[in-house]
Each structure stands twice: as structure tokens, then as C-alpha cells.
Design a protein around this ligand. Structure first.
Ligand SMILES: [Zn+2]
Length: 91
């Protein structure tokens, strides 16, 4: 019954090479988000929520696109009239 002291595993962001805690202060936080969701989701639980929301939206779009078929509407096109009324006087 002995607890081994766990070695501190230092994690650095694969995008900005900062510790994940500092990614939100870094210049590439938008890019970091993907990496953080996969590698350090516990630090940014909000990102998981965002990702889940987006996934839900995607699924919804798929369902809709499956059911709706784009039917072409018949629209009356404007007839192009060529101006061919005036003949120059030949003299
Ligand atoms: Zn980062």
C-alpha cells in the first residue's frame, strides 16, 4: 500500500508550444482550440461544449439536406430585344 509520487508531466501545446494554461493568452488560441480539445480538454471544458454544439449542427444539416431535393423553379426569362430598327441612310 504505497503511493508512488507521480512524475509531473509537463504538457506543451502542439500549436503555440506554450503550456496549455496559457494558450488563451497566446496569439493562436483559435488554432490551439482543436489541439486543446483533444489533448487538454480538462483545462478548457468550454471548448468541448463548443465542439459538441457544432457537431450537433452538422448532423442537423445532413438530415435536412437528405430530405430536401432542390427543385428548379420555372422563371420567365426576359426576352432580349435587339435594337435593329434604325437603318443609316445610304447615300
Ligand atoms: Zn496553444
Amino acid at each position: 500500500m504505497g503511493e508512488k509520487p507521480q512524475p509531473v508531466k509537463v504538457l506543451y501545446c502542439g500549436v503555440c508550444s506554450l503550456p496549455p494554461e496559457y494558450c488563451e493568452f497566446g496569439p493562436n488560441f483559435e488554432k490551439c482550440k482543436r489541439w486543446l480539445v483533444i489533448n487538454a480538454p480538462q483545462l478548457y471544458p468550454d471548448l468541448l461544449k463548443e465542439a459538441n454544439d457544432k457537431d450537433v449542427e452538422k448532423v442537423g444539416e445532413r438530415l435536412q439536406s437528405d430530405g430536401i431535393t432542390s427543385a428548379g423553379g420555372a422563371e420567365g426569362g426576359a426576352t432580349s430585344t435587339a435594337p435593329a430598327g434604325d437603318n443609316p441612310p445610304v447615300g
